[in-house]
Design a protein around this ligand. Structure first.
Ligand code: ADP
Ligand code: MG
Length: 699
């Protein structure tokens, strides 16, 4: 024992507790529990509500209820449709009830005759008996039946440790130590946030007298989890502002008019609002740190260009960084064409330059001669030193992974940073993963956009019709993409479906047969750079009718005349990715079409593809993706799935997240935060986050 831990009873090692000897303390160690504090925070993974158990007479068709019973029969058999059906018969209060499981034969082994269990679910009255289909089960020990009428916590266990022992142990620990746990929240703050004291919360969670008590306890504990995280974000934002003095960039009505004249279209109200927010940020003496979220095709590029030109007009340099060379090239073409006849000095910085070109470009960047730079990650390499960088735009941020926001090197002051993403991020995720950024969300699209007609294509007959339809449109002068999941044939896993999934095989197939009469191109990541650029350029200029591609075209590609897309083996892509891909078509005023080729018979794939058919709203799709596959996929490469939360669940706790966020951001801006009684809370936040979130150790 270290001298410190002997002073603090909460740090007492569990082996010194009554009822825990060396053997049990080894079991505890397996659960990651070493001290009294660990035990107190060993929260139940569930609760058993024994206060609301229905008798058989009280059951109602389709109404969620719980019955208690003893297993009296169990069997498993095959049905006429080839499924297995496992049936468990319970003797309950007032008669028999049955639980059935389809295609889960292992369920049979989980029930033994004479066992006492709870079934929860929505029963149906079938063949004169109440039946629960796939009920939720709680297996009860004897003592739980004796404790009937109560709410019991359910803990994670390890072999050799029973639920009953764990509960008894926890009861002893909570009764003796919970009152020693200091509450980091001052009482005034607590009552405004409508949360109970920490000591009572621990009691409510471990020893709940009712479900209401349990919920109140959990509310406090989840709130703290979210609050600490939001405080860290708010502190990081405050710190960022204090540390990142920036050159305020002023603009004027004249500059505004001059920039707007460049565009061939009128900006949408959403674009105008985003621009207004950005311009306001740019005028501040600390660096902007803003996330612009808008659905695919909303016109983020125009917003970025506007902001960069404001910066250039104010006498500083601006840079836009794209995740792929293809996209950087596209931005370059757009910007270069837009600025034709203007004096703005613009440069493209990508990996493919010759040594001499690169040297010259770097030289112009560091001398300040280059005013507007378009590039890939190449622009944040160490060799790139801007003379006076005022604004950095990061396009399609989700493709970059963790962005080191201060990687742009530039003299004394920090550049303003605008981050753009077309992957709509569910609100709750946004408030956490990107919670330290200011947020602009655009929800309108340029006028005249039509919803892309999307249909799943199954079987050779409908594939035939899809190809014929596309040929017809190509003859009318339209263009199409065919997107493939892989680049080349993979001889090691060469089932016929796999061979067909490769971009090279499909390119051969289509260009030599089906689309012989058309001009067909191929792009993927392993092609030579010049060839890739040339092919994209030809497609953009209408010199190719059909482009076979991998997901290199996923982000940002904008060819308004391309109105059709085929996605081969669509089930292999995630929802957000499909949405991005589909966003490549239907960008002009002409109706777009997306064909999702998929012969997969997986129900999960069917669900995803059906979601694509029925909704065009990227935000809804992102929510669906989040629910189906968790945060990792939605965020792409950014810290896949590892949210620094302990007990909160972003799906379940959305409302509480909003409360915690408001409370945290208000607190950080208020004088209350500087008072002495806030010190314990600050210390907790710093201990927990200063490393992962780069917070200064002094608050
Ligand atoms: P994204 O937000 O996906 O990056 P882009 O910036 O590539 O979208 O814009 C998509 C298309 O919409 C481009 O062809 C662009 O020229 C066009 N566009 C952008 N803003 C408008 C507008 N206000 N009115 C009409 N077309 C617009
Ligand atoms: Mg874009």
């Amino acid at each position: 024992m270290s001298p410190n831990s002997s002073d603090d009873p909460l740090q007492t090692p569990v082996r010194f507790l009554r009822g825990i000897g060396p053997a049990r303390s080894d079991l505890m160690a397996r659960l990651g529990i070493a001290t009294v504090t660990d035990l107190l925070w060993n929260l139940p993974r569930d609760v058993l509500d024994l206060t609301h158990i229905s008798t058989v007479f009280e059951l109602k068709e389709g109404v969620l209820s719980t019955v208690f019973g003893v297993v009296v029969d169990r069997d498993s058999r095959h049905t006429s449709t080839g499924k297995t059906m496992t049936a468990i018969l319970l003797q309950a209060d007032g008669g028999f009830v049955r639980g059935v499981y389809f295609n889960q034969p292992y369920m049979l082994r989980r029930f033994e005759l004479g066992q006492r269990v709870l079934f929860s679910g929505k029963p149906k009255f079938i063949a004169r008996r109440w039946e629960f289909s796939h009920p939720t089960v709680q297996w009860l020990g004897d003592e739980e039946i004796e404790e009937g009428g109560r709410v019991l916590p359910v803990y994670s266990l390890t072999e050799g440790l029973s639920q009953h022992e764990m509960r008894r142990l926890m009861k002893g620990v909570v009764e003796e130590y919970a009152e020693l746990v200091p509450d980091p929240l001052p009482s005034g703050f607590r009552s405004r946030a409508n949360v109970i004291e920490l000591t009572s919360a621990l009691r409510c969670v471990h020893l709940p007298a009712s479900m209401d008590e349990y919920r109140a306890g959990m509310r406090r504990i989840v709130f703290d989890d979210l609050l600490e995280f939001q405080l860290a974000l708010a502190m990081r934002r405050r710190f960022w502002r204090a540390e990142n003095a920036a050159v305020p960039l002023q603009t004027s009505a004249k500059i505004d008019a001059r920039i707007r004249r460049l565009f061939s279209f009128r900006l949408t109200p959403g674009q105008d609002r985003a621009i207004a927010e950005i311009v306001e940020d740019l005028g501040r003496p600390y660096a902007m740190h803003r996330l612009l979220q808008a659905d695919v095709g909303a016109g983020k590029t125009a917003i970025a260009i506007y902001a960069m030109l404001v910066a250039v007009a104010a006498g500083v340099q601006a840079v836009i960084m794209a995740p792929t060379e293809v996209l950087a090239q596209q931005h370059w073409s757009t910007i270069d064409a837009l600025l034709e006849g203007s004096r703005v000095e613009r440069r493209l910085l990508i990996g493919g330059l010759t040594a001499a070109q690169r040297r010259a470009t770097l030289e112009q960047i560091s001398s300040g001669e280059a005013q507007l730079v378009v590039g890939t990650q190449a622009v944040i390499q160490d060799a790139v030193a801007f003379k006076k960088l005022g604004l950095a735009v990061i396009d399609e941020q989700h493709k970059f992974g963790v962005v080191q926001r201060s990687r742009f090197s530039s003299g004394e002051t920090a550049p303003h940073v605008l981050v753009m993403t077309a992957t709509p991020i569910p609100r709750s995720l946004c408030l956490t993963q990107y919670g330290d950024l200011d947020l602009t969300v655009i929800s309108d699209l340029p006028p005249g956009r039509q919803r892309v007609v999307t249909s799943r294509v199954v079987g050779s007959g409908s594939a035939r019709r899809a190809w014929d339809f596309i040929k017809q449109k190509l003859r009318d002068g339209r263009q199409a993409y065919v997107v493939c999941p892989r680049i080349e044939d993979n001889p090691t896993t060469a089932s016929s479906a796999d061979v067909y999934g490769s971009a090279e095989a499909i390119y051969r197939e289509l260009s030599e047969r089906e689309f012989r009469e058309f001009r067909v191109g191929l792009v993927h990541g392993q092609l030579d750079r010049d060839e890739r650029v040339r092919t994209m350029e030809m497609f953009r200029n209408g010199e190719l009718d059909l482009l076979v591609a991998t997901t290199v075209i996923e982000v940002g590609i904008d060819v308004p005349n391309a109105t059709m897309m085929v996605i081969e083996q669509a089930e292999r892509f995630g929802l957000s990715q499909l949405h991005q891909l589909r966003g490549r078509v239907g960008r002009g005023k002409v109706q777009g079409y997306c064909f999702l080729f998929s012969d997969s018979d997986s129900p999960e794939a069917a669900k995803r593809l059906a979601a694509m058919e029925s909704t065009a709203d990227g935000f809804k799709i992102a929510e669906a993706d989040f629910e189906l596959r968790g945060p990792g996929d939605v965020l792409g490469t950014r810290q896949s799935g590892s949210l620094p939360l302990r007990v909160a669940d972003l799906n379940r706790d959305q409302a509480l997240l909003d409360e915690a966020r408001v409370a945290a951001f208000n607190l950080v801006e208020s004088e209350e935060f500087d008072q002495l009684d806030m010190a314990p809370l600050k210390i907790r936040v710093l201990e927990r986050f200063h490393r992962s979130m780069d917070l200064p150790q002094t608050g």
